[in-house]
Design a protein around this ligand. Sequence first.
Ligand code: NAD
Length: 433
Amino acid sequence: MKIAVAGAGYVGLVTGTCFAELGNDVTCVDIDEEKIAKLNNNIMPIYEPGLEELVFKNRKNKRLKFTTDLKSAIKDSEIIFICVGTPPKENGEADLSYVENAARAIAEAMDSYKVVVEKSTVPVKTGDKVAESIRNYNRHKCDFDVVSNPEFLREGSAVHDFMSPDRIVIGTESEKARQIMKELYSPLKAPIIFTDIKSAEIIKHASNSFLAAKISFINAIANICELAGADVERVAEGMGLDKRIGRSFLNAGIGYGGFCFPKDAEAFIRISEKLGYDFKLLKAAQEINKDQRKSFVKKINKALLDVKGRTIGVLGLSFKPNTDDIRFAPSVDIIMELQKEGAKIKAYDPKAMDKARQILKNIEYCNSPYDAAKNADALLIITEWDEFKQLDLKRIKSAVKRPLIIDGRNIYNPDDIKKHGFSYISIGRKDVD
Ligand SMILES: NC(=O)c1ccc[n+]([C@@H]2O[C@H](COP(=O)([O-])OP(=O)(O)OC[C@H]3O[C@@H](n4cnc5c(N)ncnc54)[C@H](O)[C@@H]3O)[C@@H](O)[C@H]2O)c1
């Protein structure tokens, strides 16, 4: 099938590349000329495991193209995916201007029937707005259908998630579009849920909000464990074995970040408000999430008495492992707060340092975790990269000024760390001196 993808970011690039890998002819379009130039020179603008190989392979096979020319890409395609950003506005609502611009540009270029697919995460009823924009700018009065097909991939395992999804959600009111989408996704052999457009839009926000709330729930439990002297890891294990609950997303820590959970939960609160519902549960989940970052900084302050003039080593900047994405990452808030209080920051991340350099200034970016630990008064674990789970703790101990690890992701066993002679502070577990 002939496909155009508007927006070649984390979602668009993975979507376009995977559809090419499945045998379709795909053109990825972006307004960012630098990004397209990079992709046309086989330089990846993002880090995502396994993606680079697929991009190179499918470009070589001529099934995958990159361009800034939306017009010709639209003319040549029957299915057009909108994968542009929906960042938060000041008030937490999703900024739909990129979606609106893309819809308008698609309408102006259309010269035959098109299926226009919303893949970006959008508030319920955006499908109606997209259809209205297309009707208003549809010069050639072509037939079209709008489909909502939210994306559930996770950065860090995006290719795998796209190719082996738990489910595919397709919201449409058109039988023709339903058949086209069914055929497009048939090679994936995954369950497909067909719904109306509004339900599909809500499925995405409801899913992300549920997962965010699950993380905040275990973080609330972690706070109770700290006060009671219990161990949140054991509690999560005991809860998670109950099939109705499940162990995933019960990892206590410094909370969720990234381009999805915080903004989608906030947007869903605003959407609910507009519809006349006060989503108290989700508001509390967001509040708990913000508090986790603050209480982590408090823990650091308490352990060091005062962070002013202290050197703090930071391991991990990306919002989660296996990605270079630092959008809404806990690292950003935590480092900025520590800097405000006068700490000197040394940091290391396997993939996210280039992106971090654009936002986090006055940091000594290091070449290895051992470099970041050198002369540190405390070493923080902010992202649970595998590399940090396998550190040579003897080497770390001889590098630091003071053997103190403050672990925001509970990646170590407190007894093991104690054996290595560290003081160890983690989340929802007893401190080790
Ligand atoms: N990142 C994720 O893990 C993830 C997962 C599921 C859903 N989503 C949703 O998918 C959407 C995209 O997220 P992302 O992380 O890929 O964003 P991104 O910022 O990485 O990519 C968006 C791209 O769209 C481009 N763009 C903007 N306007 C355009 C236009 N008119 N025509 C062509 N290109 C245009 C931008 O230049 C940018 O490259 C968002 O709604 C997000 O909430 C993201």
